[in-house]
Design a protein around this ligand. Sequence first.
Ligand code: GDP
Ligand code: MG
Length: 467
Amino acid sequence: MSELLTPTDRPPEHSDDDPVRVRRITTARQPTSAAALLPTVALIGNPNSGKSSLFNQLTGLRQKTGNFPGVTVDKKVGFCSLTDGLQAKVLDLPGTYSLYPKSLDERIVLDILANAQSPDYPNVAVVVADASNLKRNLLLFTELRDLNIPVVLALNMLDVAQQAGLMVHTEQLRRELSIPVVAINARNGEGLLRLKQAIQQVLSSGNQADSPYFDSHAYAPGLIDEIKEAFSLPNDYLALHYAHQYAKLSFLNVLQRKIIQDLCEKHRFENPVLQARETIARYEIIGRVVAQSVTLSDHDERESFSHRLDGILLHRVGGYAVFFGILFLIFQAVFAWASYPMDWIDAGIASLNAFIKDHLPESPLVDLLTDGLIAGMGGVVIFIPQIAVLFAFISVLEESGYMSRVVFMMDKLMRKFGLNGKSVVPLISGAACAVPAIMATRNIGSSKDRLITIFVTPLMSCSARSP
Ligand code: GDP
Ligand code: MG
């Protein structure tokens, strides 16, 4: 039966010299372009842990970084030279909390990591973890580890952790997890060299886990063994994911899915029960690790500037006053201030048309050019000032961190309408103009919330529709 299936040619669990790279080069299905031969380094981590910032630092490519979960929906690829001049392909994967996907973004990650034949399958995974929220961030790390993917832990946001009064001991963490742990600052590029060295080291010598964080085999021995055999999988945890999520793994064909389904039925495999157990087991271990390596510092920065500012910005009355003040400002800018450049564009187009009409003979072709093409493009271009103004405001709110406060304040109210805290800005600016307002919804992380906001925004009566 196993000839029928495409066996994943993952390296055996205990081979010595960089098996994954050898596999990449020898796999027949790989495209033979130079890029395909480079080792792949995937940046993986929770949303907002700093993956895209690190990606920019490593690759030097420009790319948008924002404050919201899920900005990075597309796959982003770049290249980076490691310490000894070795080139590596760097992937910025969508933010994900665990290998049990809840969104399309997370599914992309599962699809790559569960498939050793994927051209994006990493030789090294750099888990970018937000040090200020280490527990939640380490869940994904333990899962990757159980898949036996070579990992480096990049500890980011240490400045944020410090502000929150947390001391994260990198050295202790390295001992607890027995993998390279590198403290970085993805924003300013601190620790980048050490990270590259760690990547290089793991690339050349790998890092196999001694024992899994979660022993999947103990929970469903028969099933795991049969799936491993049928698909020639080298790894128990991978087999467990096949059992759990065969329907979500796009690289499995109908026949393969049917085989897994039958095996699950045969062994009476109970998905939700096992998944809950797994999560609990993982958090137990993570809890111990974090207790060992994170301590509370007694510092007086707590009453720092940002804390005092939050006292105002999140105040029950004052917070809303500030928020509506800012909204008013945005509204005013989009509605009134942007009208000046819009008038200029309008006048410019009109005079261009007049100029052409004056200087060319009257003909249908000239009409097409002036009343058709130029007027038509003008109708689009005229929105640019509004869009630019709104986006400038939104970027400032995002980068300053104010947007997260807005979400915190508005989420409870907006949830009642099935909307998101972030829907407020598009909705309000929709009253000025729906075009930039709908574009502004891109900052909403959840695609469902984003769609609802997009559908609702045109119901705000915009300036053009009022008449
Ligand atoms: P991603 O969702 O994982 O791609 O995260 P991003 O790279 O988009 O980063 C989210 C936000 O965190 C951005 O505003 C970054 O500027 C910021 N950020 C990234 N690294 C650090 C860091 O080490 N310290 C601080 N304070 N902010 C950071
Ligand atoms: Mg990103």
